[in-house]
Design a protein around this ligand. Structure first.
Ligand code: ZN
Ligand code: ZN
Length: 215
């Protein structure tokens, strides 16, 4: 597994300032993953920092707190990605998809410029956060969630964001892999994450840390 670090000599904040002030109507947030997980550059419509914050919490708090077995199927994926992945956030996609990976050659101008300036590969995916919020890979009522009430929706959003994020990252890391296999893994991952989060929130198991901090 190769080492993952920022390309030498690049001062990220200065670079981003120069590049990003040119993009009208969109804002960016750089999110550092734990360990050697790639940096995510979230790009989202101005005023939608709530959505970006949810993705940041999912990637920096929820993911690292999951059990090793739950995350194991994605260890190879996270290790195979470029140092940085641009994540374009929109409420919904016109085609109705929850997300896409953008194969080399069709990335946005932002990603191509970043890759040129960093002198390294930069990946790109998109996520449709309102569509992901509404996605129900399994009925929430099927979870023994006791009286979690509205916080069950919040847990679902975290689990669903992570499942779709990792789904698209797997396409990016292994373009030859079949949709069926990738979807099977991400649906299973969603179920496992929900089981863990519900158990943790309900205080019934795993002895894990408390819920991630809210903004
Ligand atoms: Zn689509
Ligand atoms: Zn897919």
């Amino acid at each position: 597994m190769r080492r993952r670090r920022s390309p030498a000599g690049v001062h990220l904040p200065g670079l981003f300032h120069r590049l990003l002030e040119r993009i009208r109507g969109w804002e960016q947030r750089l999110v550092r993953g734990s360990g050697e997980h790639p940096l995510l550059l979230l790009s989202y419509p101005r005023g939608k920092e709530e959505a970006a914050r949810e993705v940041e919490i999912a990637y920096t708090h929820t993911l690292p707190a999951l059990g090793a077995e739950t995350v194991a199927p994605y260890a190879k994926v996270l290790a195979a990605l470029p140092v940085m992945v641009v994540v374009l956030l929109r409420p919904v996609n016109p085609c109705g998809c929850l997300g896409h990976h953008h194969p080399a050659g069709i990335e946005s101008r932002l990603t191509r410029r970043l890759a040129a300036e960093l002198g390294s590969n930069v990946g790109e995916i998109d996520l449709a956060y309102e569509a992901i919020r509404d996605w129900r890979p399994q009925p929430l009522s099927s979870l023994a969630a006791g009286d979690l009430g509205e916080s069950l929706e919040a847990l679902h959003f975290q689990a669903a964001l992570l499942a779709v994020l990792l789904h698209e990252l797997e396409h990016l890391a292994f373009p030859e892999k079949k949709e069926r296999a990738i979807r099977g893994a991400s649906n299973e991952f969603y179920s496992e994450v929900m089981r863990e989060l519900v158990a943790r929130e309900g205080g019934t198991g795993y002895g894990m840390a408390g819920p991630p901090p809210r903004p």
